[in-house]
Ligand binder design. Structure first.
Ligand code: NAP
Length: 388
């Protein structure tokens, strides 16, 4: 095997180790490290987790012991050269006698970017940067947005029919259909299982009061994977209409999970107190004059202060449009099932004024297509998470 394909293989392994930190590293980045000895044998590995405190490269050094001397570090992100919660990793690498560092990308934090590589080079370590850059950048896109702007990466996710409907007409519009069974899902089980993976990758979910009232969802991470902090369930509900007996509120009251946060603009004091009594976090934000609803940009800034690095919006139609109109969406993950609902009464992906002209339409870039059995999904970006 050529030297460069060995490098790629070991860097790929470092990325896999970094991915093992999903749900465990936020609000810090996902980092995985592999140390190979002079003969190219793996002698140490590490995955960064927030609770574990020690960085991936330090864990790998500890595992490698003396075998690290003269060896190579493979890592998806630049080792840090500053004193943070831990001492500089660059010092530990230099002291352990690492001769070469193969890294995918610099630290996205502009305050420290490049400093780690500089320090290593100054100590005579051979540093190569850029292999598997695209994969590495994608993995830490939430961290990049958060560390550069103080706000989370916002993904707009929806499940729809081929003709762009996210739900049939509301039940009150269907009185004539009494007796016809309702319910069911738009997408298949396999697509819905992937939604759980997406929830696991995010720090928070966000939906509107309309979705709580119509679907009574639980909005939890049911991926079965461990996470350090519970998925924060964020509800936009200007007047606190969310029912006290909804599954969402009951789940907080029963579990004392402290993971539901409602943003409102003006509400009955008694309802607010009752929700708080049940363990729901309720925060008042200034309303936008036009519609009396909390300002979405203010909401994302507030979530940033809570160290939320990524948020997935899960509808419904009004919130989807509000997020697009506020230019708050970084990326979309849109699932399509091979079904057609048709009709003007069924619920469109994004309801509201919409963009009036084709040249104003939100442009989705860097598209990726995913298959989930009979369903498919389109993933793409409205804004570059790294801000270039
Ligand atoms: N297939 C899917 O992916 C999917 C996912 C979710 C929902 N759905 C469907 O979508 C439908 C619900 O959609 P919806 O449009 O009625 O409800 P929605 O978008 O979930 O909620 C809209 C409500 O959120 C409140 N809100 C508070 N702050 C807001 C803000 N800044 N911007 C926008 N809204 C804000 C408003 O009520 P107040 O003015 O009272 O605050 C608004 O009426 C249901 O049929 C549901 O099944 C489908």
């Amino acid at each position: 095997m050529s030297a460069s394909s060995v490098d790629e293989q070991l860097l790929q392994r470092a990325l896999e180790l970094a991915r093992a930190g999903i749900g465990l590293a936020s609000p810090n980045p996902y980092v995985g490290a592999v140390i190979a000895d002079v003969d190219g044998n793996i002698v140490g590995t590490g995955t960064y987790t927030y609770s574990g405190i020690r960085h991936a490269e330090v864990l790998a050094l500890e595992a490698a012991g003396n075998k690290a001397r003269g060896g190579t570090l493979y890592i998806n992100l630049e080792p840090h050269a500053h004193q943070g919660r831990t001492p500089p990793c660059t010092d530990a690498l230099i002291a352990a006698g690492i001769r070469r560092v193969v890294a995918s990308m610099p630290d996205p934090n502009p305050k420290v970017s490049g400093l780690g590589f500089e320090k290593l080079r100054a100590a005579g370590v051979h540093v190569e940067v850029g292999q598997l850059k695209d994969e590495a950048r994608r993995l830490n896109e939430g961290f990049a947005r958060y560390i550069r702007h103080g706000t989370p990466l916002v993904t707009l996710k929806a499940a729809m029919t081929l003709d762009g409907k996210i739900a049939p007409p509301p039940s009150e519009a269907l009185k004539a259909d009494a007796g016809i069974p309702t319910g069911g899902w738009i997408t298949s089980e396999i697509a819905r299982a992937h939604v759980q993976e997406l929830r696991h990758q995010n720090d928070a979910l966000l939906v509107g009061a309309g979705t709580i009232l119509s679907d009574n969802p639980l909005l939890t991470d049911r991926s079965g994977r461990v996470r350090r902090r519970p998925l924060l369930r964020v509800i936009l509900d200007s007047r606190l209409r969310v029912p006290l007996d909804s599954r969402l509120v009951k789940s907080v009251a029963e579990g004392r999970t402290n993971d539901v946060l409602i943003f409102y603009a003006s509400a009955d004091e008694q309802k607010r107190a009752k929700l708080e009594e049940l363990g729901v976090r309720v925060e008042k934000l200034p309303a936008v004059e036009a519609d009396g609803r909390p300002d979405l940009q203010a909401i994302f800034r507030r979530l940033g202060t809570l160290e939320i690095t990524s948020v997935m919006i899960e509808g419904g139609a009004t919130v989807n449009w509000a997020a697009l109109a506020a230019n708050a969406v970084d990326k979309v993950f849109l699932f399509y099932a091979p079904k057609i609902l048709a009709g003007t009464g069924s619920i469109p992906f994004a309801a509201g004024a919409g963009f009036h002209h084709l040249n104003q339409a939100a442009q989705v870039k860097h598209l990726q297509l995913h298959r989930f059995g009979e369903d498919f999904a389109v993933e793409g970006y409205l804004r570059a998470p790294y801000g270039e």
